[in-house]
Design a protein around this ligand. Sequence first.
Ligand code: PAF
Length: 276
Amino acid sequence: MDIYKNSKDLRKRIDQYKQEGKRIGFFPTMGALHAGHMRLLHAAQKSCDIVVSSIFVNPTQFNNPDDLAKYPRTLPADLLLLQTEGCDVVYTPDRDDVYADEQSFSLDLKGLDSVLEGSSRPGHFDGVARVVKLLFEKVQPDVAYFGLKDFQQCMVIRQLVEQLEMPIQLQWVETSREDSGLARSSRNVRLSDAQRNAAAVIYRALQHCKANYSFPQIAQLEKEAIRLIEAEGFTVDYFQIVESENLQPNTASLKEPVALTAVYAGEVRLIDNLIL
Ligand code: PAF
């Protein structure tokens, strides 16, 4: 596995692969890798010749400095896991290497950035769009892989690629879950054992919505889901059922309803979602 801290060296290697006609798959990460990330790697291995990953805790997408400081950083273990699982290339830059040549650009996120995660974490999706654009420019993948756990992020990245006409195919990968149903997340390591067990309620609440979904009952279902989660001692930031394409509650009917939630387990913010 080749590891590059510098995007110029990374580009040289990728250019060689491209000249050899190789199809490049890419999955960006912020490290603290777990089985969910390995799903992205394995999906890329299935349809690409070369798999590139990046590990970079992107400061511009954190609106809370404490959250950035506490984000788990486990680079040696991450590199070992990627190598063991057969990743070909890893980019592990510092902030200067990512942002030094950034060109300003404008993007209309069509309100996707101002609801749900966006309203609780102002600026978060601007930071995500900035870094993903820069990483795409450096790696120039044929296909890029993202986990559906970050459903809203997937919708934002789709807008980015469409509006900037980037020649990159996007592939969403199903959320990986622990046996209890809790969505795998790098933040789970910050939960106590008791919190981790109790956090399974988040998926149960989502499943409750799926089992009982009917359009006019949305507000009632959201209330029931919040009650279930809060009964375990967590604080619900939001629990909303919206249209998957625009993330708006629709007054007519929802074509593809999705329930999305963010929950505080103590200081740890967990997100999850389910298409209903
Ligand atoms: O999903 C993540 O880990 C991050 O938001 C991403 C896409 C790597 C951008 O920093």
